[in-house]
Design a protein around this ligand. Structure first.
Ligand code: HEC
Length: 220
């Protein structure tokens, strides 16, 4: 018997199903998303990233921060809301303006989707980049002193200079000045916050607390 037509049909069915489920379904679900306009929440959503923050995003890519940090608040598979990493789940529409999207998949450090809300103080970020140990004792995050210039004070000390605690101070007569890259990176960190609601992901802890109670129940 000639099995050719059956083999062909089998392969055809498998490939068509794969195309339908793996390629077409996601395109139908998220491929045609567009921004929404909501006057109450400040106009176009997502808000988008501009100016110095956009420069900082390039620095973030350059230094491979994505190797340790995600930018996605997960609700279905984790306790991100409990950790204080966001007020709602991240959804596809949040990333519409992002090219490339820096979701990341490794969490050696905290998720940064809302770090701009947690850490609003620019000097905190500067000290943390200069040496994470200053703000977060025992941190595993690499120090980035190369983002700063240590230079001799000429005349008056510069107001932009880092206010280092005594044990990290540089030699007398010297000061540590943030570079443009450091400033852009801090602007980017401060811009990372989700301040708006989307109807597909309303700000609510209800979903999570229900899941949490189930998880806690199962853990007993
Ligand atoms: C080797 C892994 C690693 C890399 C690479 C890394 N980080 Fe981190 N990061 C951490 C860890 C661990 C912490 C938590 C301890 C701390 O606060 O230092 C952290 C904390 C942070 C925080 C504070 C978050 C919070 O919730 O308070 C910020 C902001 C941050 N990182 C930004 C960056 C940026 C920007 C880069 C790239 C220039 C970067 N990190 C690269 C590991 C890393």
């Amino acid at each position: 018997m000639n099995r050719g037509p059956f083999i062909f049909l089998g392969v055809f069915i498998i490939l068509s199903l794969t195309w339908a489920l793996v390629i077409n379904k996601p395109i139908q679900e998220t491929g045609h998303l567009s921004p929404i306009f909501d006057a109450e929440q400040g106009g176009r959503l997502p808000i988008g990233i501009k100016g110095g923050a956009a420069q900082g995003k390039l620095v973030y890519q350059e230094f491979g921060c994505i190797a340790c940090h995600t930018q996605q608040v997960r609700v279905a598979a984790g306790f991100d809301l409990e950790r204080g990493w966001g007020e709602r789940q991240s959804v596809a529409r949040d990333y519409l303006d992002e090219t490339p999207v820096l979701i990341g998949n490794s969490r050696l450090g905290p998720d940064l989707s809302n770090v701009g809300k947690r850490q609003t103080d620019a000097s905190w970020h500067m000290l943390h980049f200069y040496n994470p140990d200053i703000t977060s004792k025992g941190s595993n995050m690499p120090a980035m002193p190369f983002l700063f210039e240590t230079r001799e004070i000429v005349g008056e000390a510069t107001s932009r200079a880092l206010k280092l605690p005594a044990e990290y101070a540089v030699a007398d007569g010297y000061e540590v000045i943030p570079s443009r890259k450091a400033e852009a990176l801090v602007a980017y960190m401060k811009s990372l916050k989700v301040t708006y609601d989307l109807k597909e992901a309303p700000k609510s802890n209800d979903v999570m607390s229900e899941e949490l109670s189930v998880a806690l129940e199962n853990a007993k």
